[in-house]
Ligand binder design. Sequence first.
Ligand code: NAD
Length: 502
Amino acid sequence: MPNQVETKTKSIEKNVKDIRHYINGQFVDSHRNEWFDNYNPFTNKKINRVASGDEKEIDAAVQSARNAFRGKWGSLKLKDRLAYIYRIADLIDEYIDEIAPLESYDTGLPVSQTKKMVARAAHNFRFYAEMVSSRLVGDAYQVDNEFLNYTIHKPVGIAGLITPWNAPFMLETWKIAPALATGNTVVLKPAEWSPLTANRLAEIIDKAELPDGVFNVVHGYGEQAGASLVAHPDVELISFTGETTTGSEIMKNGADSLKQFSMELGGKSPIIVFDDADVDRALDACTWGIFSFNGERCTANSRLYIHESIADSFVERLKERVLNIVVGDPMKEETQVGPLIHSNHYHNVKNYLKKAEEEGCEVFSGNVPTEMSSGNFIPPTIMLNANTEMTVVQEEIFGPVLAVMTFKEEEEVIKLANNVRYGLAGYVWTKDIQRGHRVAQAVDSGMLWVNSQNVRDLRTPFGGSKHSGIGREGGHYAFEFYTEVQIIHVALGDHHIPQFGK
Ligand code: NAD
């Protein structure tokens, strides 16, 4: 008798169809009829085929987005536009029990975690509907009784959104929600390794009956579909989340058409634990921060700096956790770490572990049950005796792998924490309130948590410094990117006008 999880997986397998683009309110094949295969990370068996688009599909999607922007969508009253946004949120909530397992099936992320991601996706839409109705306001500048100058926010036009595979549904909605709520139309290019829920989102948006062309999805390879979107002269802005090198390539390719860019890039974030920290909570946060989402998390605390006086006991407890973490089938509720997204990524992470040993680390790993051998499993791993010069400390590994280092002094650890090219997130654990603020402010990162795991407040700016990103999304910060501010100067009286040639 198959158990509940097997039944659910079989039902997904049976129902998953080949995936097509969503352009102008229709699901369509590529004009060349080209496809690529999509694989399950737990079995490495083929799931389905995905339509592979190029500049033709991008052009069709951009045209339809342009027509929608100039047509019905652009002339809707705010209340009516936001009603669509709330409808999308309600539909996501309605299908959460279907979307979360689908995401786990496609990505290997444990289902207990994808459920939260999908709930957050619905929240993204509600949050931005509320933000737009309450915070999308202009400023007025009065100049005595001579002028009243005021600003208004206009949608920019067509938003090109390019997303990664690591938390696909949540990250896509994190861009789509503010883009649509502020009145833009959208062309989404999802990651090739995680297309299933992007397609489900298109079905949901179709069901919400947004006017044709407001939301489009073109699947395909980054270098083909993605690059065509970036180069398209009618796309005004590109919001990109992905690797730093891809971000830099995209900025070069978009330069000719003077695009606006928002760049959410890679990270190698430090967690600093002082000797006066609440060690139990720091341990929980450190373990969760690196091993949740299979370690494929941009804000993961992948470098631990532990004060030398508490290092031995902390590392012993960390080892225990590593051995106890439940590695297994992502479709099971009890699983804490699932398989990595793709066999290519699995081999990349494996190579980093080999490199860690070559560089002199003691590599300590948890266990993968033997029956999981066909999946892309990397067990939770810590790299002991690491140091700043090592490749495995400098480069983003993007797997369940933590580099462990010790420190003595505050100044020393700040230097160590800042000695990487990334600056996305940081975590500081201490009970000394002054030191907490001091170190937090000294760490080069866009986001910093003190005595906390990565708890997001959607009103706050999200983004990285250094090679981790350009610009901020989140809260009203997203308005700076998704809207054009226009200043209007109105003369109230007869100000002086020079009378040349009179
Ligand atoms: P990636 O850069 O390989 O791909 C991201 C997207 O870009 C995909 O859709 C891909 O098809 C597309 N792409 C690739 N080449 C392109 C090109 N030349 N032109 C246009 N599009 C192109 O990243 P990934 O491997 O999918 O994701 C993992 C990376 O994402 C990690 O570095 C991670 O840190 C980062 N990330 C950052 C954040 C953040 O908020 N800072 C969040 C999640 C993930």
